[in-house]
Design a protein around this ligand. Sequence first.
Ligand code: KG4
Ligand code: ZN
Length: 391
Amino acid sequence: MKILAIETSCDETAIAIVEFSGRKEKPTIKILTNLVSSQVKLHAKYGGVVPNIAKREHQKNLVPLLLQGMKEARIPSSKNGRKNEELQTGIEAILEREPELCGQILKKILPLKAPDIDAIAVTHGPGLAPALWVGINFAKSLAYTWNKPLIPVNHMEGHLYSAFLQNTGTKNNRLPITIPQFPALALLVSGGHTELVVMHGHGKYKIIGETLDDAAGEAFDKVARILGLGYPGGPEISRLAEKFPVSGNKLPVIKLPRPMLNSSDYNFSFSGLKTAALYLWQKIPRTPKTKIPVAKEFQNAVVEVLTEKTIRAAKEYKAKSILLGGGVAANQLLRITLAEKIKKERQKIDYRLPAANLTGDNALMISLAAFFAGKKKAPAKVGAEPNLKLS
Ligand code: KG4
Ligand code: ZN
């Protein structure tokens, strides 16, 4: 089964074409192409993602990225020379609100022969509505033009499935996928979400805890902004934290709270921690060097709360596996601390981390979720669901 996957929920335009073979319990995959075009530099000057810029960029990037992907995947893109007015009218109706994308499809995609793929998967939420709609309407127009089924995918389900692939191998290699044992507990930490999810099987989820305010990645971004660091803030904060300890300087002793560490539920709250970091930063001498202990202590606080609650939940729900996913899963301290705490438990828990190039948004993870848990849906019934939840 060959899946073309499309991801545009935030500020990355991503396309993957992935071939799955073998039984669903023991499949192998061949990654034919996995492309991400990041808009992060464009949004950086605003300190966060601007939805309409994201929409504009997705419109601009999707067709060139798909053509590049088809070339990499060696999917023949010979022209069939057809000039099909009926198809053209249909495409124009689907892409009524994305005229630039529509023009590119009519010019560059419509004249091509339908490629050898079995389904088109697309992220339909959660995410930014204008960004999601571009990907969805693009997927719908391809499904219509090529007569292929459409599989809508939950973005967080994609992050969860990214932990099934701990490396992406070399290009065009066949990789075996070992399915983790269920129940699995997933800690999903991204710019928009922070969730603890019990997974009882493919497509069977229960959210047992989530953030009551800011997501972990969002808190990293906001504290980075307070400290005058770049966007996205996560990598900036960890880079700075690594410089600790700074020698030869009297650094202020810094202690930040661990919000909800001891609450009886599995929810999180990072907004108070961000405010505590702000007040602290306003009180101490503000120099490039004093940023270092603040970054370090902030990162320690986030990682401590995330990992403690994950371990506690894993025990209560008797998880056989722990999966980590989402942009914040790139954080080295988080990856290592969770590994150490799992080891300390001395229970046999299979710890799954996504490959380093799969922590951020990508379309490969969307193809994985589509293959294992996806369901075809009539295109007319697929729309952007900005607040979609795993269930
Ligand atoms: O999953 P993702 O790429 O996009 C969303 O779905 O939101 O996550 C992006 C988030 C950003 O907030 C970014 O600051 C954070 O992931 N992030 C990190 C690191 N790398 C990215 N947070 C902490 N440490 C990192 N190394
Ligand atoms: Zn994401």
